[in-house]
Design a protein around this ligand. Structure first.
Ligand SMILES: Nc1ncnc2c1ncn2[C@@H]1O[C@H](COP(=O)(O)OP(=O)(O)OP(=O)(O)O)[C@@H](O)[C@H]1O
Length: 293
């Protein structure tokens, strides 16, 4: 994959944590450690940048697989967007390089791994934990939206956990940098708002919906519109068929917040700065933004 030298230089210039100078990275700059995981397009390794001793996650993607799946454009957009974001709850992308066969992404290392696995292990989260995560994601999304970036794919699989227990939004594959309203259909159905399922115009408020779905899933262990058939999930989303099964661990304040986020009319969803003032968030979220169990 050819990423222009110009944008590569720009990329390096903004990677102050790994190296301040403009340079071209190569595999020789890193000691490669244990594998951290496998994705669709390659592998992720723990690595250390030799000069600074900085620990990173090196994501190795095979160009042939990227080409075959026609996702080169998406990757380029992901790199461009993620490399310019600086927020404690957004995984840093320090830089990238490539050789004949592979593309390498130099990523912030998230020591506590995938949130998805934590949720599977615990089945659901306490209100304190859920509220802490939702508040930190709201702050990260407020930051993104302020830079005209819509994430569009907020879900547990795209969230990693840092060493201090802080959430990190990790996957910007579906994100867009926009000044306009978007009409693109993308993402996994379960987290999509009605306007995206129905392919009508959408804006930054899509992320409020997805955060509402996520909040529900944190509390109940499954997303709210889940159904066996794809067509039923579709129908439930479009009709906003939201049900709160009785559960002693979920308060009415939590349900109130979720109901205010999962609103069909995107302009009437609870704005993220208001979410941070909601009583359930104020009473439950840890101000440090970290959850340590
Ligand atoms: N920055 C990171 N810090 C720690 N672990 C990571 C990091 N990035 C990825 N991993 C681990 O490596 C695995 C593979 O990551 P990768 O991003 O390639 O794939 P994915 O997001 O699971 O799948 P997909 O290929 O569909 O995007 C992750 O599931 C996670 O366990």
């Amino acid at each position: 994959m050819a990423i222009s030298a110009e944008s590569q230089q720009e990329q390096m210039a903004s990677s102050e944590s790994v190296a301040a100078e403009k340079k071209r990275w190569t595999l020789n700059d890193f000691d490669i450690g244990k594998p951290l995981g496998r994705g669709k397009f390659g592998h992720v390794y723990l690595a250390r940048e030799k000069r600074s001793n900085h620990i990173v996650a090196l994501k190795v993607l095979f160009k042939s697989q990227l080409k075959q799946s026609q996702v080169e454009h998406q990757l380029r957009r992901e790199v461009e967007i993620q490399s310019h974001l600086r927020h404690p709850n957004i995984l840093r992308l320090y830089g990238y390089f490539y050789d004949q066969k592979r593309v390498y992404l130099i990523l912030e290392y998230a020591a506590k791994g995938e949130l998805y696995k934590e949720l599977q292990k615990c089945k659901y989260f306490s209100e304190r934990r859920a509220a802490t995560y939702v508040a930190s994601l709201a702050r990260a999304l407020i930051y993104c939206h302020g830079k005209h970036v819509i994430h569009r794919d907020i879900k547990p699989e795209n969230l990693l956990v840092g060493a201090q227990g802080e959430l990190k939004i990790a996957d910007f594959g579906w994100s867009v940098h926009t000044f306009n309203r978007r009409r693109t259909m993308c993402g996994t159905l379960d987290y999509l708002p009605p306007e995206m399922v129905e392919s009508v115009e959408h804006d930054a408020n899509v992320d409020i919906w997805s955060l509402g779905v996520l909040c529900y899933e944190f509390l109940y262990g499954e997303p709210p519109f889940e159904a066996k058939e794809h067509s039923d999930t579709y129908r439930r989303i479009v009709q906003v068929d939201l049900k709160f099964p009785p559960k002693p661990t979920v308060s009415s304040a939590a349900k109130d917040l979720v109901s205010q986020m999962l609103v069909k009319d995107s302009s009437r969803r609870l704005p993220l700065h208001k979410l941070l003032e909601h009583p359930w968030i104020v009473q439950n979220a840890d101000p440090s933004g970290t959850y340590r169990g």
